[in-house]
Write a protein that binds this ligand. Sequence first.
Ligand code: SF4
Length: 368
Amino acid sequence: MGFYDVLQQWRSFDFNGFFTEVSATSVEAILAKENLAPLDFLTLLGDAAAPYREAIARRAFKITRRQFGNTIRLFTPLYISNYCENVCPYCSFGCRQTIDRRTLSLDEIESEARAIAQTGMRHVLVLTGEAPAKTPLRYLADVVDILREHFASIALEIFPLAGDGYKELIGHGVDGLTIYQEVYDEYLYKGYHRGGPKEDFVFRLDAPERALKENMRAVTIGPLLGLAQPVSEIFFAALHADYLWKKYPAAELSVSLPRLRPLVGEFKQPFYVNDTQFVRMLIALRLFLPAAGLTVSTRESADFRNNIVSLGVTKMSAGVSTAVGGHLDSSSVGQFEIADTRSVQEVNCDLLARGFQPVMHDWNSKLS
Ligand code: SF4
């Protein structure tokens, strides 16, 4: 049974009806528990839990310190191509957007890698659109071979691959995969993705598990908040993480909570997640998935990231450009506007000032 079967079991769940039954007593009973069930997590996302936010936040802080100490792992994205065959109306790289497109040459990859490595960063996340003719597996393997000379950890945020594709790239040194389902509501997902290989909901949904079956060390999943009903989306993402965690307990599992940001084109987001709702999701996730990484990207502002870093966050991006070749050329169009434009050094300093230890190196690999 794959996660799609799990999702099917919740297909007709009445979220509104559920929240009408939730009381303060049920929230208090959940806060007395050590391990939360899925519906406990859902309860913490509802209005009945709002008066308990301080208590939930304190517990999220404690759990995070116990599991991760005071470390925050930093990484920098590296965009290598913006060609894409998909239509995703919420993305500047969608094939119907009129933008200059390019794929970095291997020499340009080397230059970008050097520019990122000069900041002291040793964790990189490689991103592409979905255009396998422009970024075939052979090219991706060559990219990873170059990056291996500069970075201790290389993760991918690329189009979903078959298992043997992941196996090959792991063989070249990839140790992490980030793949957002974007939308867990299958009906809405199909509405957003009419055309292109991304139409295949299940192939994307199963990608994290295909990678884990090939022994991918770390996997990050999540919805893109703003495209569908936020509470059910984060609930399904948490169920997905829980499913993967139970099946692949040796893996490093993380959930990310990207909120939609301004981009090229006319797209208007149908749902909005405000800061209070975002924090509610973050701290509830920490209680439900105590050992999971929680990533907050530069889609969030510097002030907001500084304010929420103690509430369960374990990973942050820093020194970010969402443009292809953007670490050396600031003129190309990014995938979306970032809100936190701090350099790696500035993020480092802000974390240190708040008592956190930014981790940019993989010390284990240095000692081996
Ligand atoms: S979200 Fe990904 S798949 Fe969709 S258009 Fe953008 S780059 Fe392509």
